[in-house]
Design a protein around this ligand. Structure first.
Ligand code: NAD
Length: 279
């Protein structure tokens, strides 16, 4: 099939670009991932982040707690905020339910928030100010740009999470797209998705989007990750490849772009830090 959007290919190109920039630095950048509890998927994601951080030439630390008090965790984050040897900090999600996710994410200094999830970064994103952009939306825009997809089109996003759909809505609006944002309470989803020139789906339901819900020639970005019978599936059924002009596979589409976007954000946090120092 020649209509595949190849996330691994774009990721590998971006790895080389970033490695070259990082190689030229005198300083060694450090990414810290904070994780709590024993979520199995999180363990895989943390080790992926480690693998790519080391590949780029960063230091990597995983600060893991089986269990920790909210106030203790915030103290740990504040220590990292003040530590000038740390470039970027991320809090691996999901956190156990007894912890207040928002409070913890917002205790990360916005200048080290390489996931771009603090309120400070989100407000700047909405206002189109310089900021750190959340990794998955950033990776999706990079993919669409690499494949030269015109964004001044009718775009439908399915899923309104703070991690994906909501920031993506604003980023695409800044690029003059005309966007409909759908969610679990949207009626007649099919009537809306059928109209999309570009369809982006971030829900977490295998096979939510079927061939009869799309128009011929649509560009599809499938963000979903669903595990079933030992395999990984997206939210879009595979036969949509027959009608789409371009479509991301799962795995191998958006996932690889999320990781490289995180690595790019670490570099950006470093650059921004230098700028602030010289003021
Ligand atoms: P979430 O659970 O926070 O949000 C899901 C969204 O889907 C919600 O806004 C909800 O309103 C909407 N929704 C639920 N059922 C719906 C329905 N029937 N019709 C329309 N909308 C519906 O999830 P999330 O964190 O945004 O992640 C979504 C999916 O993307 C998950 O499968 C997740 O694993 C995956 N994901 C992948 C990457 C990646 O790098 N590939 C990154 C982040 C998330």
């Amino acid at each position: 099939m020649n209509n595949i959007i190849d996330g691994k290919l774009v990721r590998d190109l971006k790895i080389e670009e970033l490695k070259n920039k990082v190689n030229k630095l005198q300083d060694k950048l450090t990414l810290v991932v904070i994780s709590v509890g024993d979520d199995e998927a999180s363990r895989v994601y943390v080790s992926q982040k480690e693998k790519f951080a080391l590949k780029i030439g960063y230091n990597f630390k995983n600060l893991h707690f089986d269990e920790i008090d909210e106030s203790e965790l915030i103290k740990e984050i504040e220590k990292l905020n003040k530590d000038s040897s740390i470039t970027g900090i991320i809090v691996q999600l999901p956190l156990p339910e007894y912890l207040d996710k928002n409070k913890i994410i917002n205790s990360v200094s916005p200048s080290k928030d390489v996931d771009g999830l603090t309120n400070n970064n989100f407000l700047k994103l909405i206002k189109k100010e310089e900021c750190i952009i959340p990794c998955t939306p950033k990776g999706i825009i990079s993919l669409l740009d690499y494949y030269k997809v015109d964004l001044q089109k009718r775009i439908v996003i399915v899923g309104r999470s703070e991690l994906v759909g909501l920031p993506l809505f604003h980023l695409l609006l800044h690029r003059n797209a005309t966007i409909t944002l759908c969610h679990s309470k949207t009626n007649n989803l099919k009537e809306i998705t059928k109209d999309a020139d570009i369809l982006i789906v971030a829900v977490g339901k295998k096979g939510l989007i079927t061939k009869d819900m799309i128009k011929t020639g649509v560009v599809i970005i499938d963000v979903g990750i669903n595990r079933a019978d030992g395999k990984i599936y997206g939210d879009v059924s595979e036969d949509c490849f027959e009608k789409a002009s371009l479509m991301t596979p799962v795995p191998g589409g958006v996932g690889p772009m999320t990781v490289i976007s995180l690595m790019e954000n670490v570099y950006l946090a470093y650059e921004k830090g230098l700028k602030n120092e010289s003021r």
